[in-house]
Design a protein around this ligand. Structure first.
Ligand code: SF4
Length: 252
């Protein structure tokens, strides 16, 4: 037919990419499994029996420190109760002129059932000795009577659950002066939230029952151990000296 078939165009070969220039395939990371949503911590339900949750009237009618201790030593009214090894009521002279109040028991206190017996306690003894007194002549207690886990600061709810006991202790001891150690007792007991560095050494007042008691805020011995400077030690000594002088002045 006279038709000349055009030759098919040569097949162009695609130049292959050199192996050295190829990018390694990106590994496909497996999708992380969805994290389980932690169940909300169950709210602590205190027991209702009078041993585990001493009624206020048992506290109010306790006529001595021993009676008070017997009434409350099984307390489980807040979440700290079930975790304690020993209940730390407080100790010292039942009619002490000076009452020292710290935050809560630590590990050593929880093991021994006594307040301020670790390193901070040793320093507190020295601080008390520096104003011419002994541990036996004063009274030492804490805002909470059971150890907070990991020595954390007690929550306001825990402190509130325990404060009725401390207030009854104060009524029974009738101290001339209260020395608060660190920010927690000042905040939870006296209601002052200012930083301890700002307010230490300044007299405050606390109404307990029919009495208004002078309060001297100072540093916690654990803080003094961490900041063992001459300034901090002098500040504490001045605070305790002022507290002792006031107690002596109002004696009788
Ligand atoms: S810290 Fe106080 S309120 Fe809480 S369980 Fe102990 S004694 Fe009871």
């Amino acid at each position: 037919m006279g038709l000349v078939r055009e030759p098919a165009p040569p097949v162009q070969e695609t130049p292959s990419t050199p192996a050295s220039a190829s990018l390694p395939a990106r590994p496909v990371a497996p999708r992380p499994a969805p994290r389980p949503v932690p169940a909300p911590a169950a709210a602590y339900v205190p027991p209702t029996d009078p041993g585990g949750c001493p009624p206020p009237e048992a506290v109010a009618t306790a006529a001595t420190l021993q009676e008070l201790q017997r009434a409350i030593q099984g307390c489980l009214a807040c979440p700290l109760g079930p975790g304690r090894l020993k209940f730390v009521f407080g100790e010292g002279h039942p009619q002490a002129r000076l009452l020292f109040i710290g935050e809560g028991p630590g590990r050593d206190e929880d093991l021994q059932g006594r307040p301020f017996v670790g390193k901070a306690g040793e320093l507190l003894d020295k601080m008390i000795g520096a104003i011419g007194l002994t541990r036996e002549a004063v009274y030492i207690a804490n805002v909470v009577k059971c150890r907070p886990p990991d020595n954390r600061t007690p929550t306001t709810e825990e402190a509130r659950a325990c404060l009725g006991y401390l207030r009854r202790q104060i009524e029974l001891i009738r101290p001339a002066v209260i020395v608060t150690l660190g920010a927690t007792p000042l905040r939870e007991l006296v209601g002052i939230s200012e930083g301890i560095t700002r307010v230490r050494g300044q007299w405050k007042r606390l109404q307990v029952g029919d009495r208004e008691i002078p309060v001297m805020p100072t540093f916690h011995p654990a803080y003094v151990l961490r900041q063992y400077t001459q300034d901090v030690r002098r500040a504490v000594w001045e605070d305790l000296k002022a507290a002792k002088e006031w107690a002596d002045k109002t004696e009788g």
